[in-house]
Design a protein around this ligand. Structure first.
Ligand code: CA
Length: 230
């Protein structure tokens, strides 16, 4: 099991953007990255394109010529399970909030670069991966993602949801160092821009509950990893 998002190859991205030059550039960039991208210039075209071949990810500019982008967002959300990333202008927080409330999975603020675009796409795809998660055994530690149960040497440990998420995040790829930022993105939400130190408090409590401080190692300046199984 790894923490990787699915490979871009074969994933369909629908770019909903009425500015043709921006749309064309996005389609080109996504194509170079391996995605199957197509553009729609209006809300109606977007819904039509999605009906023709269901998109995995929809990049949705909210400022459309025909209908309110939020309506398109709600319609897409009602009909399928595409990941929806809305694109908004800087400073339009109420619009971003409304978009998230209308079923968007994430948002991008214009102007944005390809690196951020690809990272957001990877993040929404990771979050959407079906929970075919199996029980993880790491030495004396057993984590059951389905029942949210954790035990150490057969002794059940009661964790808060956040502690569980942090532990699961580390256990998905035991031994790998997971950065604080990555933990924040997976166990908090992608919109946390506060200090990553917030994790440390939970890790301290997690170690105490697990009863063995060596189960979670701090890798100085890098993050955390699960300790070697014993
Ligand atoms: Ca627009």
């Amino acid at each position: 099991m790894t923490q990787d998002a699915p490979e871009p190859a074969g994933l369909r991205v629908l770019v909903v953007e009425d500015d043709e030059s921006i749309a064309a550039a996005l389609v080109r960039g996504l194509g170079r990255a391996g995605y199957l991208a197509e553009a729609a210039g209006t809300g109606a075209q977007a819904l039509e394109a999605d009906a023709r071949s269901a998109a995995d990810v929809v990049l949705l500019d909210l400022g459309l010529p025909d209908v309110d982008g939020l309506e398109v967002c709600r319609a897409l959300r009602a009909r399928g399970d595409a990941a929806i990333i809305v694109v908004t202008a800087r400073g339009e927080e109420p619009e971003r909030v409304a978009a998230l409330d209308s079923g968007a999975d994430d948002y991008l603020v214009k102007p944005f670069g390809y690196a951020e675009l690809f990272a957001r796409i990877r993040a929404v795809l990771r979050r959407m991966q079906p929970s075919t998660r199996e029980t993880v055994r790491h030495g004396r530690l057993v984590i059951d993602p389905r029942s949210h149960r954790v035990s150490v040497e057969g002794r059940e440990v009661a964790l808060t949801p956040r502690e569980f998420d942090i532990l699961e995040c580390l256990a998905l790829d035991p031994g790998r160092v997971v950065s604080r930022q990555e933990i924040l993105e997976r166990a908090w939400d992608a919109h946390w821009y506060g200090p990553t130190k917030v994790i440390d408090v939970h890790v301290v409590s997690l170690r105490r509950k697990l009863g063995d401080p060596t189960l979670i190692e701090t890798v100085y300046g890098k993050g955390f990893r699960l300790g070697d199984p014993r």
